[in-house]
Design a protein around this ligand. Structure first.
Ligand code: C2E
Ligand code: CA
Ligand code: CA
Ligand code: CA
Length: 280
């Protein structure tokens, strides 16, 4: 039995070593990338479900790694969270998003707001409020034009602290969306406790919206009704087809986001998209 255990261990270890080495290397590269500013924001529109007018944009970070090419944020955001690099990275994301929004406003093509993802560690940081206030002031963006997307994980922290932070954000005039709604440890209780503006229906529910079981349709429809009764607006993410869009619209969903409208694209492409949409 011992020998078998050793063999298993021997077969397991090199793989583990490689993995941790890869993670370590990426963490180092990430450090360098933060210092050198190797990131770019891509933008994805949110449209009014009824009129298809562009009402918002979500900023999504992209990393062009010198050797690996484009690295998915699903890979490096968790690393950035663990290492604390999310802090300088998050400040850059916020500033860049506000700066882009100010540019679009100057050109008269801006949607109503830009949404920035805020990770749990950023949200838990004492400096978040000051960073947001300072960024708005320095870029000159009106607070009403900024939306922060937080996940349910963020809200599972110390309730009083979370409420105080959210209230301070709202007092500034900045809005708050709950990202990936329905996938975390959501409790109906927090919907009445936390001052939020929008629920984003997670794309896993949207993906199987038209499945024959009807379960995901029931979930989407219930979230939309719940949100409306509580005074929140709704965004469906991961809308990939006209059929999804039609079904969600029929359910009363306010806004749609997904490949059916546009993939996340670089700023120049997004500006072209805004101009085309604005054209009569
Ligand atoms: P998320 O915030 O839930 O973002 C939505 C993800 O779904 C994005 O992946 C987007 O490209 C993708 N998506 C949009 N429409 C569709 C669609 O119709 N179909 C499908 N299959 N996917 C769609 P992305 O950009 O790879 O980002 C993945 C995650 O990484 C984000 O999930 C978010 O949690 C995190 N992330 C991305 N950018 C940032 C950022 O700037 N800051 C932080 N803290 N996290 C970020
Ligand atoms: Ca998001
Ligand atoms: Ca999401
Ligand atoms: Ca997600």
């Amino acid at each position: 039995a011992k020998r078998g255990g050793e063999r298993r261990y021997a077969a397991f270890e090199p793989h583990m070593a490689q993995r941790s080495l890869a993670v370590l290397t990426m963490e180092n590269d990430l450090r360098v990338a933060v210092a050198r500013n190797e990131f770019e924001l891509h933008l994805q529109p949110k449209v009014d479900a009824a009129t298809q007018a562009v009402v918002g944009a979500e900023a999504l970070i992209r990393w062009q790694h010198p050797q690996l090419g484009l690295v998915s944020p699903m890979q490096f955001i968790p690393l950035a969270e663990e290492s604390g690099l999310i802090m300088p990275m998050g400040r850059w994301i916020l500033r860049e998003a506000c700066r882009l929004m100010v540019q679009w406003r100057a050109q008269g093509i801006a949607p109503a707001s830009i949404s920035v993802n805020v990770s749990p560690r950023q949200f838990g940081d004492q400096g978040l409020l000051a960073t947001v206030a300072q960024t708005l002031e320095e870029t000159g963006l009106p607070p009403q034009c900024l939306d922060l997307e937080i996940t349910e994980t963020v809200m599972s922290g110390d309730v009083e602290r979370v409420v105080a932070t959210l209230e301070a954000i709202k007092a500034m005039g900045v809005s708050v969306s709950v990202d990936d709604f329905g996938t975390g440890y959501s409790s109906l209780n927090y919907l009445k406790t936390f001052p939020i503006d929008t629920l984003k229906i997670d794309q896993t529910f949207v993906r199987d919206l038209l499945a024959s079981s009807g379960k995901d349709a029931a979930i989407c429809s219930t979230i939309i009704t719940l949100a409306r009764n509580l005074g929140f607006s709704t965004v469906a993410e991961g809308v990939e087809t006209a059929e999804h869009a039609a079904a969600l619209r029929a359910m009363g969903c306010d806004m749609l986001q997904g490949y059916w409208i546009s993939r996340p694209v670089p700023a120049e492409a997004f500006e072209r998209f805004l101009r085309e949409r604005a054209a009569p």
